[in-house]
Design a protein around this ligand. Structure first.
Ligand code: FRU
Length: 436
C-alpha cells in the first residue's frame, strides 16, 4: 500500500492492500468490532429473508427521506419460496429480488415491507443482486435504481439500471415504472477479470456517485484483477513491508479482489446510464483476498474514504480477518493513492464469539453503519458455527456509528435494530423549481 502523502500526484495505477497490511488485522479490538447481538433479536418482516440493504439517497451519497418517509431497498427472498429453514436461508441467492421498506420514523421497529420494485419480467436474467437507489438530480420523484443482473445459465453478472418514480401519501410509499432494464458495462478481461479468465469472477454491486473533485459521475463496483485465475506472481509490491524472511504463502495467488471504477460518458440528465469508460481498479488485493464486495465512498474533511465488505473465507495464503467492512483512505481524491484504514484495512469485524453474526455493512456519510444478521450462535454454544443451534437472521442488525478520524476509525455508538438516519430531504425545493 502506498503511504498517503499529499506530495504524491494522483496515481492512476491503483493502490494495493498488501499481505503486510493484512498482518495487522486484529479480531476483537473494541474499536473495530461489532457488538455481540442478542439471540432474541427482532425480525422486521418474517415473510421474507432480508440481506444486503441500501437507503434512498442523492447522488452525493446523502440519505434522503421522501415526503417525510424513510425508504430502504434490500435483497429479499420469499421464505415461502426458499423454505423458512436454515437451508432456505442459504439458498436465498437463487430467489433474490429487490424489495423495499418504508418508515415514518426511521426507527427499526416500524419498517413496513412494500414488496417488489422492478416489474416482474423486466430483468431479463435470473436474479437481482446488489446496487443502489439514487434520486435523479433536478427531478421531483425520479429514482434511478442500479443493481446487478445475474444469470444462472449461462453464468452472467452485469451491472444494470432501471428507472421509475417514487410516490407517497400519508399512508405509505409506492413505485411506478422500473419496467425497462439496461446493461451498464461488462467485465472486459482487460481492466477486470472476466469469466474466461476466472470462473469465480466477481463483477457486481454498482455504487453511483458524483465526484466532488471533477463533478463527473462514476460507478464503483466489485471486480477481480484481470488475468488467469491462480496465475499471478506475488512479488514485493503485493507483499508490502513484511518482516525479514517472510516468503510468499501457498495459495496467496488465488486472492485477486479489485475495487473497480468506471466513468459515465452518456447523458445522466436524460436518464441515460448506458455508456461508461472502464478505468483501472482503485485498490487491488492481489495475494490477500479474493472478494471486495459492495464498495462505496464517503467524502469527509477533504478525505476520500473507500469502504468494502469482505469475508473471512475469501482471504488467501496466510492472511486472515473477520467477516466485516474494510476501508481505505485517500488525501488526493477518488483516484488515491489509498492507505488502509487503521493500518490493516479492518473497520468493523464480527466478534470471534459470533464470527458470522453480521455482514454487508454499509457506511453512510454520517458514519452510521447498517448490516444484516446472518447466523447468530446460541449463547454458550461450544461451536458458534453449529447450524443446529445458531439462529438465522435474515433481518437487520443494530445500526452502529463509527467516527472517521484521518486514517483511523472508531466504533462509538450502538443504535436500535434497523435504525436509520437521513442527511437530507426530498423533494428539495430546487428539485421542484427545476421540474419540467
Ligand atoms: C454481498 C453480496 C453482494 C451480492 C449479493 C448477492 O453480501 O455477495 O456482492 O450482490 O450479496 O446476494
Amino acid at each position: 500500500m502506498n503511504a498517503v502523502s499529499s506530495t504524491q500526484s494522483a496515481v492512476q495505477s491503483g493502490s494495493r492492500w498488501t499481505i503486510a497490511d493484512a498482518m495487522k488485522i486484529r479480531t476483537d479490538d473494541p474499536t473495530t468490532t461489532m457488538p455481540v447481538i442478542d439471540y432474541a433479536f427482532p425480525v422486521i418482516d418474517s415473510d421474507v429473508w432480508q440481506w444486503d440493504t441500501w437507503l434512498l439517497r442523492d447522488i452525493h451519497g446523502k440519505t434522503v427521506t421522501f415526503k417525510g418517509w424513510y425508504v430502504m431497498f434490500a435483497l429479499v427472498a420469499d421464505r415461502a419460496a426458499t423454505g423458512d429453514t436454515t437451508e432456505g436461508w442459504h439458498s436465498r441467492n437463487n430467489y433474490s429480488y429487490i424489495g423495499y421498506y418504508y418508515s415514518r420514523t426511521g426507527n427499526g421497529a416500524d419498517w413496513k415491507f412494500g414488496g417488489r420494485v422492478i416489474k416482474e419480467g423486466a430483468n431479463s436474467r435470473s436474479w437481482e443482486w446488489s446496487g443502489c437507489a439514487v434520486m435523479r438530480e433536478n427531478s421531483a420523484n425520479t429514482v434511478d435504481l442500479f443493481y446487478t443482473s445475474v444469470n444462472d445459465t449461462p453464468s452472467e453478472s452485469v451491472p444494470s439500471y432501471t428507472t421509475g418514480r417514487i410516490l407517497a401519501d400519508a399512508t405509505g410509499v409506492w413505485f411506478e415504472g422500473f419496467d425497462v432494464c439496461t446493461d451498464m458495462f461488462q467485465a472486459d478481461g482487460v481492466n477486470y477479470a472476466n469469466i474466461v479468465e476466472d470462473e469465480y469472477w466477481d463483477f457486481r454491486d454498482p455504487h453511483i456517485f458524483r465526484n466532488p473533485d471533477d463533478n463527473q459521475i462514476y460507478a464503483l463496483f466489485e471486480g477481480n484483477v484481470p488475468g488467469m485465475r491462480g496465475d499471478f506472481t506475488i512479488g514485493s509490491d503485493e507483499m508490502g513491508l513484511v518482516p525479514p524472511a517472510t516468503t510468499v504463502p501457498a495459495g496467496a495467488q488465488y486472492g485477486a479482489a479489485a475495487i473497480g471504477i468506471a466513468r459515465l460518458t452518456s447523458d445522466a440528465t436524460k436518464g441515460d446510464f448506458s455508456e461508461w469508460e472502464m478505468l483501472p481498479a482503485l485498490v487491488t488485493a492481489l495475494g490477500v483476498n479474493d472478494q471486495t464486495e459492495r464498495p462505496h465512498v464517503v467524502f469527509q474533511d477533504g478525505l476520500t474514504y473507500l469502504f468494502t465488505i469482505s469475508h473471512h473465507s475469501t482471504f488467501t495464503g496466510n492472511s486472515t480477518g473477520p467477516d466485516g467492512v474494510y476501508g481505505f483512505v485517500s488525501r488526493n481524491g477518488i483516484f488515491g493513492p489509498y492507505a488502509p484504514l487503521n493500518g490493516s484495512g479492518l473497520v468493523l469485524g464480527n466478534p470471534s464469539s459470533a464470527p458470522y453474526e453480521t455482514y454487508s455493512h454499509f457506511v453512510d456519510p454520517a458514519g452510521y453503519v447498517q448490516s444484516f444478521i446472518d447466523t447468530l450462535p446460541q449463547p454458550g454454544s461450544a461451536d458458534p458455527q453449529d447450524p443446529t443451534t445458531y439462529r438465522i437472521g435474515g433481518t437487520l442488525a443494530p445500526t452502529v456509528k463509527i467516527v472517521l478520524e484521518g486514517e483511523r476509525t472508531y466504533l462509538t455508538e450502538v443504535h436500535a435494530y434497523g435504525q436509520v438516519y437521513a442527511q437530507g430531504v426530498w423533494p428539495t425545493s430546487s428539485a421542484f423549481d427545476k421540474r419540467s
